[in-house]
Design a binder for this molecule. Structure first.
Ligand SMILES: [Zn+2]
Length: 287
């Protein structure tokens, strides 16, 4: 039996490279488009430059790893059906940023997991999440000992990092996030920290931290390994300007009437003088 579309054995994944765990998606693939939409919808920090997506990979797993997840999802579904919670298993796709030490995903040929013990990206793809290891890198756990994800890609980006690595092919200009299937079930919403927590309150399956009091962006936390599986790898980075384009200069009109390149030292002086005169007369000067 094939568990689902993320299984090695699924017909859609037959063309994966032997022994690889990730499969590059074409930008026309509906799954690529879905991931791209979630990524840009979740880019909520106004002070962070909007990146460009360089690749999306589907993460494949053996059926033995997918089965406990699918079983837990069906249990949550049944529980919520009985308790008349309309969203059922409430499966969501949420981002998680972590450390990497290798060049996985930097182009469509880099599809093999590394063996570096500290490469968390490869560790999670290989064995999925482990609540016992989560948050190792961060001593502060806002909602206790759980597995942290978010719909806010730009927040997950804060946790995406490159560790000390000898990998020759690593492009430090590329960033990587995991997009994961999460059984959110019936969530317990919190605005205040709950660092003591090791599970959601009875009757709930997850904790969702809401922005407003103790945090600025949403967080979704699950406390069981079987409540989450990595689904996609998103590779992105700062937008690359096409070759042949030049940095646009800003022209500041000056009191003499000639446009001046703002990047020239003389222009900066003129601009300053202009601003000082404006301030002195407490009125904008006509130019
Ligand atoms: Zn790696």
């Amino acid at each position: 039996m094939i568990v689902d579309e993320f299984s090695f054995k699924h017909p859609d994944n037959q063309h994966r490279k032997r022994l690889s765990r990730i499969l590059p998606l074409d930008s026309s693939d509906p799954k690529y488009v879905e991931v791209e939409k979630l990524f840009f919808k979740g880019w909520c920090h106004l002070d962070k430059q909007k990146p460009e997506i360089r690749g999306v990979f589907k993460i494949l797993s053996p059926d033995e790893s997918l089965e406990p997840y699918v079983y837990y999802r069906s249990q949550v579904q049944a529980f919520n059906l009985l308790s008349r919670y309309k969203k059922g298993a409430n499966e969501q796709l949420c981002f998680h940023g972590t450390r990497r030490l290798c060049a996985l995903g930097e182009d469509s040929s880099k599809v093999y997991l590394c063996d570096f013990p500290g490469c968390s990206i490869c560790g999670i793809i290989r064995n999925s999440f482990d609540v016992g290891k989560c948050g190792d890198a961060h001593s502060f756990k806002r909602f206790g000992n759980g597995i942290y994800t978010t719909s806010c890609a730009s927040k997950a980006d804060d946790y995406s990092s490159i560790g000390r690595s000898n990998c020759q092919h690593l492009n430090r200009n590329s960033r990587i996030l995991l997009l994961n299937r999460v059984v959110v079930g019936k969530p317990h919403h919190r605005r205040q920290n709950g660092t003591h927590m090791s599970q959601p309150p009875p009757g709930f399956h997850s904790v969702i931290g809401l922005p407003g009091v103790d945090l600025n962006y949403e967080e979704t936390v699950v406390y069981r390994n079987d409540a989450i599986r990595p689904a996609y790898l998103v590779v992105y980075g700062p937008p690359v300007e096409p070759e042949g384009t030049f940095k646009r200069n800003i022209f500041i009109p000056n009191p003499l009437g000639n446009p001046v390149d703002s990047q020239q030292p003389m222009a900066r002086g003129l601009f300053k003088a202009h601003a000082m005169l404006s301030a002195l007369f407490n009125t904008p000067l006509a130019v």
